[in-house]
Write a protein that binds this ligand. Sequence first.
Ligand code: FCB
Length: 455
Amino acid sequence: MSPASLFPDDFLWGVATSAYQIEGSPLADGAGPSIWHRFSHTPGATHNGDTGDVACDHYRRWREDIALMRELGIGAYRFSLAWGRLFPAGRGSVNSAGRDFYSRLIDLLLESGIRPMVTLYHWDLPAALDDQGGWVNRDSIDWFADYAETAFRAYGDRVPLWATFNEPWVVSDAGYLRGYHAPGHRSAAEAVLVAHHLLCAHASAVRRFRSLGHGTIGLVVNLEPKHPATDDPRDRAAAARADAYMNRLYLDPIFLGRYPPELANIFGAAWPDHAPADLALILEPIDFLGVNYYSRGVTRDDPGDLPVRAARVIREGVPRTDIGWEVHPDGLRETLVWVKERYGDVPIYVTENGAAYDDPPPVADGVVEDPLRADYLRRHLEAAAAAIAQGVDLRGYFAWSLLDNFEWQYGYSKRFGLVRVDFDSQRRTLKRSALFYGDVVRSRGAAALGGPARP
Ligand code: FCB
């Protein structure tokens, strides 16, 4: 069997984006502000004071962006809905202009032969809900389920793939424990409460989805193997704690019905009691798991890094991307196999994978030469194929990202796109990696694996 034939014929070859990172026009047509709108307008919160006010202007250029995907032969597009476009205050009556924006987007994707995967929450909580406590407030479970149900009713007949949350660990960790993402809180007690509410909100939305009966639904987590920096038992223990906190905090409750036992020790007095009824709710089965993979975490014991006491080690002389993340393709294979071994044969999509590099500007009317990004993609696709060879039920792969975009606290300083965006002119230019990925898609994987192209 040639390696390329490892990718099943119906494997989805996609690209991914998220609303706040690309859309711009955050308050257009009656939309309400999100916590990221508020946060990015807070002095000192983002690199250079960058905001998503304009971003890639996708809210107005979406047709052009779909045409780009079509040109590359992309088969699936993962994007997120801005909750505040549908519900400006987070709940109440629907803003039909916002709802219709995504409806038109979905229609044109389908007409273009591109399958939509819709993420309901990619970090942009309506600010009005944050004013009521945001995810710390237990009512957020119902706020989210109501919003999700509206989206299912509006688009469910046309959307085959739904994800409730993108990277809930980043929401609770960066947003509520460490404070470098919106809403910028720093509280261990809040972070663990938020994690629990996100899990209940996820499961409640899945239940609503089941009662409507369309398509498939899952959630998207970011995972990375935690490798101890040395053989010292303290570093090994630190890596195990980091693994419990990042990789198992969300997945153990969803698949096993309990939180990792280490977390009660890690969080001490901040760790809450969880109602058995909540844990039963969270076990609600999902149809697939989305895995975002970028890097591994080389980890050492660090008593000062509370509450987990585990720090990431930046190793010199190891290839890293422009955002500092170590390039470690085999970690993708390791992660996917780990999911299968720990949680069973759940269908998986790699819902994000990609690299930030400081690309050179395009040569006159030519492509942007980004050999490192193309190489990053190729090596990770090889790792994905290796995971399939080990029996992982991998159904698709989404490159992050279609476009250079607003990279959260880094603003526009980190470029992840297959397509370059000139943020002054909004001109889009294909990078070499986009052409490479187009070849991969058209050859159904062969171009990534050096095998013969398939007809
Ligand atoms: C992931 C996010 C995505 C993007 C990439 C680089 O954590 O889901 O929005 O920022 O990292």
